[in-house]
Structure formats: structure tokens, C-alpha cells
Write a protein that binds this ligand. Structure first.
Ligand SMILES: C[S@@+](CC[C@H](N)C(=O)[O-])C[C@H]1O[C@@H](n2cnc3c(N)ncnc32)[C@H](O)[C@@H]1O
Length: 279
């Protein structure tokens, strides 16, 4: 998903358009984003029967895996601003027969519940898209029972994927790139300490942070480029004229070639899992 200065309505529309690509590339995306799941689940310290809320759950993760973990005595609510992404999440959940899992379309910046109902809250690669992260962290706190824990996964600094996508695009872009550290987008909380301090400012206690290595594996360079065209870089491609689209594709192929590893392309990455207890 490209970085956007976005109130929720354009954000929602953009993600609705991205949902087709997210479903088509689900095996690659879920494998890559799922590299974070073991440390994320360790930080969540889940138990059967718990109630968990997943903010910006997109096409259903980690809500689906959490629903399997907490079992039928538990309850899981997946929240996302995009009905397109949630439609994919519902299709996936239906096949897995998880009556304990529900989805709701809502903007995490303005999310309200009647009373604190959840033992755990989670957001995997979602909080960085919040319009107002401190307000979102406060809303999440209000959903948690006393002692409830929030666990968030964000991208870290050492990430060739987004860096090379930006480099591929740079000579073809007319407008200057937005500041990644202040704009909703994947690199929003990349700098260590930024999100951790925000947790503390909002009042979360026992804040912990872990750096985790990730890997995105693509069947070929052509697949890698096609996935970018249909997901993270869909909007950027849509804005370019035909010859610039072709140039962008060949620049991507060239920049990612060093990651060809035997028969596949493996792009390493770095993420952080940040957790804290409700203020
Ligand atoms: C990178 S995807 C992550 C999806 C999922 N958590 C995963 O790990 O596969 C980011 C998600 O954030 C959602 N999103 C963006 N802004 C939002 C907002 N203000 N409220 C709720 N969801 C939002 C998008 O619709 C998208 O599904």
C-alpha cells in the first residue's frame, strides 16, 4: 500500500481497490507478513476462551489464526475500514468454520465500544495507517479489560523491499515523495523507539519491543513485479503513462535481481513487535 496523507474515506476506497490484488496474491502476502506471527503470538500470550480484537485485520490476519487459538469458547472481532478487504477475510473464515470470529467495518481512529470487553488487542502491520495514532492507541485501550495487553507489528528500518520500490519509482515521479515517518504508510514507525515512546505517552505500561527478521518469497522476478503492480504500487502504476509503466517494471526487475536465490526470489526484511499493558 502506498503512503497517503489520508482521512479514512480515501484510505478506505484505496484499500477497497487493493483488495482484488490482496486476494490474488494471498499465498505470497500471508506467507511474508506471517513471518512475524510466532513472536506476535508469544507477546500476545493467548489462552483458550479469551476475547481478542484485531485492528486493521485486512483479509483476516491474524484474526483467523487467533480464532483457531482461542477456540469456540473465545471470541475474536476483526476490524477494518475496507469492506473489500473484509469480504476476502469472510470468505477465508467461512471455509475454516470459525463461529467465534466476527468482522466489523470501522475506522480504527474513531473506534468505540460500550465498555472494555477484550483481553487482548492486536494489529499486524495496520497501526501505521492510522490517521491519528495517539487517538487510535487511546481507543484501543478503552476496548481492553484492566490488565489487557496490546501487541502491534510494524515494519523496521532494514527493509530493502520498500526502499527499492521507492528507488524504482523516484525518477518517474513528478511530485516529491511524502515524508515516510509522518505519513500513514508502511515506514511510519520504522525508526526504533518512536512507537515504543508513543505507547508510553498514551500510558501503556510494561512496554516491550522485539526486532524480528522477515522474508518475502516470490516464485520469480516476474511474479514479484506483478504483485507490486497489483498491491503496494497499484496507485503509483495507475498514475504513470504506458512507457513509464514499462520503465518502472524493468527498474523493479533490475533492483530486485540480487535477491534471486536458486529458483525463487527471497527478499529479507525487518519488523518490530511492540507490546504494552492497558493504561
Ligand atoms: C497492510 S494491511 C494489513 C492487513 C492485515 N493485518 C495483515 O497483516 O494481513 C493494512 C490494513 O489496514 C486497513 N486500514 C487502513 N486504515 C484504517 C483505518 N483507519 N481503520 C481501520 N483499518 C484501516 C486497510 O484497510 C488494510 O486492510
Amino acid at each position: 500500500m502506498s503512503a497517503r496523507h489520508a482521512p479514512a474515506a480515501p484510505e478506505r476506497e484505496a484499500w477497497n481497490r487493493d483488495a482484488v490484488g490482496w486476494e490474488r496474491w494471498e499465498p505470497v502476502l500471508m506467507h511474508s507478513l506471517g513471518s512475524i506471527d510466532a513472536p506476535l503470538f508469544r507477546a500476545l500470550a493467548l489462552e483458550p476462551g479469551q476475547r481478542v480484537i484485531d485492528f486493521a485485520c485486512g483479509t483476516g490476519d491474524p484474526a483467523i489464526a487467533i480464532a483457531q487459538w482461542v477456540g469456540r469458547r473465545g471470541r475474536v472481532l476483526g476490524v477494518d475500514v475496507s469492506e473489500g478487504m473484509l469480504a476476502v477475510a469472510r470468505r477465508r473464515a467461512r471455509i475454516l468454520r470459525l463461529p467465534q470470529l466476527r468482522f466489523r467495518r470501522a475506522d480504527m481512529d474513531r473506534f468505540r465500544l460500550r465498555g472494555p470487553r477484550f483481553d487482548r488487542a492486536v494489529s499486524r502491520f495496520g497501526l501505521m495507517f492510522a490517521g491519528d495514532p495517539p487517538a487510535t492507541l487511546r481507543s484501543i485501550a478503552r476496548c481492553l479489560k484492566p490488565g489487557g495487553r496490546l501487541v502491534v507489528a510494524v515494519w523496521g528500518l532494514n527493509n530493502p523491499g520498500p526502499a527499492l520500490r521507492a528507488e524504482a519509482l523516484r525518477p518517474l515521479q513528478e511530485e516529491p515523495a511524502a515524508d515516510a515517518a509522518t505519513t500513514p504508510g508502511p515506514a511510519r514507525f520504522a525508526r526504533p523507539g518512536v512507537l515504543e515512546r508513543l505507547f508510553e505517552q498514551v500510558g501503556y505500561r510494561d512496554v516491550e519491543s522485539e526486532i524480528v527478521a522477515t522474508c518475502a518469497t516470490h516464485a520469480s522476478l516476474d511474479d514479484l513485479v506483478a504483485m507490486q503492480r497489483e498491491t503496494s504500487m497499484r496507485e503509483s502504476f495507475a498514475r504513470l503513462r504506458a512507457d513509464h509503466k514499462r520503465r518502472l517494471q524493468s527498474r523493479l526487475r533490475r533492483l530486485f535481481r540480487p535477491f534471486v536465490d536458486g529458483r525463487v526470489v527471497r527478499v529479507p526484511g525487518e519488523a518490530r513487535v511492540v507490546s504494552g499493558v492497558r493504561p
